[in-house]
Ligand binder design. Structure first.
Ligand code: PY5
Length: 310
């Protein structure tokens, strides 16, 4: 079966979806994207797309900030996502990438007076970081970009140069992931993940004002911690030293799921293994994203509706 992409307002074989070399977004990073997971449930032979409407609502907000005209509602985008996954028919975990971009074949740094377009494709996608053993992080020498440079709340492609700088520096120095501080020196987030610390049984995570992307997984974890474990999350600025003193630490993101952090800057976090609260949240999260917890089934959209049990 050919893999399909949504491109130029229609579904086409992915090999036929090609962009011109003058595309504005390629030159200036003028595009907004999302990452959405489809999680394969082998018992049900079903693919569950996680929180698709929330992802598309965030995409709409990113486009608003970037003056990209995206002529679909969040519901229409969700419908297109289900259709894309259905046409591809994968029977394994996938990652869906919607991208709204300045499609004009034009030179000139600006946001105004340029055509926009939207594309979307899906690829098989396993774990992004080691969710079992956990990962080793460093504090990056690169600072998280400020709201007055490129709004971090928007998932703008150009913004990801900042993440790529930090990620590669971390990797070249033998770490799995980077933790970026903002301009005030407060902990902001990972290169592609939000960060949580555990102190005395409570969760602590940086507020949106510390230049984070307001993650959908972050929101999921805050709700699960509260509803299922009775644990509150405190949103407050975090100092670098707290990274070293936390009882537990984990990263959250669509790609990263819930990834335990076992070491930061060559210092053990807690016991240097997956923490108790981290482990519980991880288990809850993995069941929910595969549609195995009826209480949270509204977050999961089946990609193969014909297989939904009557
Ligand atoms: N922070 C940044 C900078 C991110 O890129 C992401 C997601 C998150 C936080 C977490 O957001 P959410 O929980 O809504 O996914 N990053 C993308 C992802 O699909 C790309 C990562 C390589 O996970």
């Amino acid at each position: 079966m050919a893999d399909f992409a949504f491109f130029n307002k229609q579904f086409v074989p992915i090999a036929e979806a090609k962009l011109g070399i003058m595309t504005h977004a390629l030159h200036y990073g003028t595009a907004c994207f999302e990452g959405i997971r489809g999680n394969w449930n082998s018992e049900e032979q079903q693919m569950y797309l996680f929180r698709i409407r929330d992802h598309h609502e965030r995409l709409k907000k990113s486009c608003h900030i970037m003056k990209i005209d995206l002529p679909y509602t969040a519901d229409e985008l969700s419908q297109l996502t289900v259709e894309l996954a259905g046409r591809n028919g994968y029977q394994e975990d996938i990652y869906i990438r919607p991208l709204a971009y300045k499609s004009a074949q034009a030179i000139g740094v600006r946001l105004h007076n340029l055509e926009d377009d939207f594309l979307m494709f899906a690829i098989p996608f396993g774990p992004y970081l080691d969710v079992t053993k956990g990962c080793k992080c460093c504090v990056s020498t690169w600072r998280r970009i400020d709201d007055n440079m490129i709004p971090p709340r928007a998932k703008v492609t150009g913004l990801y140069v900042n993440s790529a700088m930090a990620k590669t520096e971390a990797w070249e120095n033998g770490f799995d992931e980077a933790i970026l501080l903002n301009h005030d020196g407060h902990v902001s987030e990972g290169s592609g993940e939000n960060i949580f610390l555990v102190f005395e049984g409570k969760l602590v995570t940086p507020p949106p004002s510390d230049n984070i992307l307001v993650g959908i997984t972050r929101d999921t974890i805050m709700k699960l911690a509260k509803n299922e474990l009775g644990i509150d999350t405190i949103e407050r600025s975090i100092g670098r030293n707290e990274l070293y003193l936390a009882d537990e630490c984990f990263l959250t993101g669509t790609a990263a799921h819930v990834t335990p952090v076992i070491e930061i800057d060559h210092r053990r976090v807690g016991e240097g293994a997956v923490g108790k609260i981290t482990g519980k949240l991880q288990q809850l999260y993995f069941d929910i994203i595969r549609g195995k917890n009826p209480k949270y089934i509204d977050w999961c959209t089946p990609a193969y509706p014909s297989k939904v049990a009557a």
